[in-house]
Ligand binder design. Structure first.
Ligand code: SAM
Length: 277
């Protein structure tokens, strides 16, 4: 194993005091970082996109696992530390300075398939997640040819991603994350694992693309869930009134129009979207 100084020392030597505005909460525990890097399985020789490497804790775990890492970091203070890390793993690390929300991930990865791993800043996390899971093309293409997502979220958002119909956390995010992907909670992470500790608990979500149901438009499903969960306490006959044909589709599928969105399963939403597509 490549000998590296503890991340705490790297942070100190490069003066990387965490900045709240950039959502910086660093992970220092190398065992925990190795477990996170292992979530997608064997990464030896695999292409990995890491968003927000910071001082490089997760990055070094990925490099040790044999991955070829492209890392996007907005905070230029971190670049010298990442450059040092790259020297310890020749040819394995490319660092891009920039905002991950503004970059074309496909172009960065030269159109090759890749895994995404990231301890995301919470504000950026959901926006990227929605982008990676959206679009008509499937398996993912327009948003980057990703093969898996292994992402840190605040626990409440992770719960919304993996929720089932009937759960309090069930909503649009769950349907988006589950209708053509397998999304699971890989690990819970206590707030005390971060420096500085955030106010909330976190969890790692793991997502893999699954086959897309035939004959369903992603845009139609999105429109349905937006209308249904926009008025989640209302009956479907009220919340879906503005979606042409939706009430007829419910009737033909035997879905009671007096139900509320939060009771409608992902498969039922998909069936309605299919009938309307
Ligand atoms: N990966 C490191 C770790 O696990 O210790 C740092 C995680 S810290 C929660 C989030 C990192 O993302 C910070 O280094 C921050 O500068 C960076 N960041 C914030 N917004 C970003 C954006 N839009 N694009 C790229 N990096 C961003």
């Amino acid at each position: 194993m490549t000998d590296l100084p503890p991340i705490r020392d790297v942070i100190k030597r490069h003066g990387l005091a965490a900045t709240k505005a950039l959502g910086q909460n660093f992970l220092l525990d190398e065992q925990l970082l190795a477990r996170i890097a292992a979530v997608p399985g064997d990464l030896a020789g695999a292409q990995v996109l890491e968003v927000g490497p910071g001082p490089g804790g997760l990055t070094r775990a990925l490099l040790r696992a044999g991955a070829k890492v492209t890392a996007i970091e907005m905070d230029r203070r971190c670049l010298p530390a990442l450059e040092e890390l790259g020297e310890a793993f020749p040819g394995q690390l490319t660092v891009i300075e920039g905002d991950a929300l503004k970059l074309d991930h496909n172009a960065l990865m030269n159109g090759e398939p890749f895994h995404v791993l990231s301890n995301l800043p919470y504000n950026v996390g959901t926006a990227l997640f929605v982008r990676w899971l959206s679009g008509e093309a499937w398996p993912p293409q327009a948003s980057g040819r990703w093969q898996s997502l292994t992402l840190m979220f605040q626990r409440e958002v992770a719960d919304r991603i993996v929720a089932s119909a009937g759960d309090d956390a069930y909503g649009r995010l769950a349907v988006l994350a589950q209708w053509r992907a397998d999304s699971s909670l890989a690990m819970k992470v206590h707030r005390s694992a971060f420096t500085p500790p955030p106010k909330v608990m976190s969890a790692i979500v793991h997502v893999r693309p699954a086959p897309m149901p035939e004959g369903v438009s992603a845009r139609m499903l999105e429109r349905l869930t937006e209308a249904a969960f926009g008025q989640r306490r209302k009956m479907l006959r009220q919340s879906l009134k503005g979606v042409p044909g939706a009430l007829d589709a419910l009737a033909s599928l035997g879905i009671d129009e007096t139900r509320r969105a939060e009771t409608v399963s992902v498969a039922e939403f998909v069936a309605v979207a299919k009938a309307l597509t």
